[in-house]
Write a protein that binds this ligand. Structure first.
Ligand code: HEM
Length: 213
């Protein structure tokens, strides 16, 4: 299940979004294989490990993105934040992510320009598209009622479709230089790599090198 080469829906794709999609396709594929969802989920503990692994990157990246400058784009600095949903799902599973999250390295990704911040936000927001596919499969595998411990994947209580639309519109509403397209794509790639790096030890894949795309 990979990001489609062409968008499945009829939509206008701005040059920035096209650059982000093309520039991160391979990184998404590598991360998708690494996370192996829902394939790695056999019992609740597997789901708890995945959620803790995602929280280890989501929490610090969201913190950095909230502190970035979004004034020029007119976007909420906290658009689509989902670390709280990961924590709530973990609590539902009686899992305490404290150690895993505390041991994660800082992202080491720069979000110090509007283009770079946008690249990071693209990765976190875009993940909700895959999450909507993963959630029902996980619920089926574990016999969970809809939305139970899958609030993050479903973005329960949020409106991920609207967030994604707002993001796309804000991105398309201004012109970006070639250098900004490059910056955004680099930050998005680095974000994908960080998500994989933070997840590896928690998922017991210490030797995996998700960055080796
Ligand atoms: C195994 C786990 C994953 C699966 C199966 C998966 C699957 C998908 C699918 C099917 C789409 C396309 C959805 C559509 O166009 O309607 C998608 C898009 C996307 N996913 Fe994932 N995904 C996974 C994990 C992730 C993670 C962890 C991230 C971020 C860290 C992520 C970021 C994105 C982004 C940025 C898009 C592209 C949005 C766009 O440009 O249209 N995905 N994913």
């Amino acid at each position: 299940m990979s990001k489609p080469a062409q968008p499945a829906r009829r939509e206008t794709v701005s040059p920035m979004l096209a650059a982000l999609r093309a520039g991160t396709r391979e990184h998404h594929l590598v991360l998708e294989r690494h996370l192996n969802l829902p394939g790695r989920i056999r019992e609740r503990a597997d789901l708890a490990a995945v959620l803790a692994a995602l929280l280890a990157s989501w929490a610090p990246v969201e913190r950095q993105l909230a502190a970035a400058d979004w004034s020029g784009l007119g976007l909420d600095p906290r658009l689509g934040e989902a670390a709280g949903l990961l924590r709530a799902d973990l609590a539902t599973l009686d899992a305490d992510p404290a150690d895993a999250v505390a041991s994660a390295d800082p992202p080491g990704v720069r979000f110090d320009s509007p283009a770079r911040a946008l690249g990071g936000r693209y990765v976190l927001l875009g993940s909700a598209l895959g999450g909507s596919v993963i959630a029902p499969a996980v619920e089926r595998l574990l016999g969970l009622p809809e939305g139970t411990a899958t609030g993050f994947f479903r973005r329960s209580g949020r409106v991920p479709g609207r967030d994604w639309r707002d993001f796309r519109r804000a991105v398309a509403a201004r012109d970006w230089s070639t250098e900004e397209l490059r910056e955004a794509t680099e930050a998005a790639r680095d974000t994908f790599t960080f998500v994989g790096r933070a997840a590896a030890p928690i998922l017991g894949d210490r030797d995996a090198d998700p960055a080796a795309a």
